[in-house]
Design a protein around this ligand. Sequence first.
Ligand code: HAM
Length: 454
Amino acid sequence: MQNSYDRTEDNEDTERGQVPPFQTPKGVHDIMPADHEYHTFIKKVVRHRCRQAGFRRITTPMFEFTDVFRRGLGDATDIVSKEMYTFQDRKGRSLTLKPESTAGVVRAYIQNNMKELAQPVELFYIEPHFRYDRPQKGRYRQFWQFGFEVIGESDPALDAQVIQLAYQILDDLGIAQLFTLQLNTIGTNEERVAYMQALKDYYFGKERYLSPDDKMRLEKNPLRILDSKHEDTIILNQSAPKMMDYFGDETKAYHEELKEYLTELKIPWVDNAGLVRGLDYYSKTVFEFWDKTDGAQNAIGGGGRYDGLFELMGGDPTPACGFAAGMERVIANMKREKIRVPRKDDLHVFVAQLGGIAKKKCLPLIKELREQGIRTMGALGKGSIKVQLRLADKFKVPYCVILGITEVREGTAIIRDMKVGTQRTVPFENTVEEVIKVIGEENLDRYTPGEVIY
Ligand code: HAM
């Protein structure tokens, strides 16, 4: 079966003269059952670690007014200028599918007056996002992120805790060792304005060496020139003014303190003066987890501090820091590391039957088995017992309950171990109890009504 993540070409009509079957649009894909097992596992780890650290879950809408992102992320960013799915509703209002969650969370914090709550407010999310990116490995037009935000306080210890939580989750998922933590500070807004002017001055007269993309960056957001992939720009960047020289003592001390905390937490990092991130809302701390072989190309996640964003969005000045990771990239790396996740979908029991009376007795039996947390499938069609057992084999079910004409007459049922090939006859009324014994109480899939499952 073709992996839907690998298919990026557009639909092409067949020449068979038939209506071509529908395909997903470029860059989006189905999450097939096998990948859902990874999704479920990742969500479980994220929820567990976030709740342990006092975070509560938030879900912002799939779409917001376009200005939430334009103002929040910055007009000149690639996301806003090229990658948003923007449309008008029937009243002509401009709406956008969320390309990331931070701006929406900030909007929600302000709208719901969360400043009245005990601070910091700690929120996490697990959501699909949409960007009109050029589809390629690890880059899709609909993708999932998990992320978290700590809002309401500014302290390098909080930045360290956000990084630590991200690192802990990657470690729980078995992939932390594949990445390096790239760390930088981009200073306060004022410091950045002065530095950007210095960058512009430096590049004045050197524009002819720049790629068209870099020229535009220089004009709209000179900082982004620092992470250019263009060869000439990389060379020119080496002699460009250094950001550090434009920082005041406070920014420098903040960053040093963060590094001290990371050392305490035994989290290694790489100082990366060129790391500026692709969103305009950051100030001071920025960080990304880069692939040890591919570098920035397939960063698994990133984040930083965004103290200025609340005012931009019409709120009171409020410091905040956060992180988000791409779940498709997490899954690809878990597979690369051959990390297996619990297979929650596997069936426990297959019920095979023969004859009208057996079929009638099977329906309540199947219901009761399921009720007790035994994942049960029954072939209630007409095939022979042999055909049904072959089907059970195909489903890789470890046990079968068989109810043939003899068993119905004698008031019994057969429990067959499909791996070993042995079987045992038990009184029909004890079937559920006996099945639980072979499966093991601890493996049952029990659901307590009222328990929230998501
Ligand atoms: P971001 O770096 O734009 O940050 O995205 C975070 C992660 O989402 C990326 O490192 C990548 O793993 C994944 N990602 C982004 N675009 C795609 C795509 N087209 N296909 C697949 N995966 C993708 C943010 O979104 C910030 N909101 C993070 C943050 C939270 N900063 C502060 N708080």
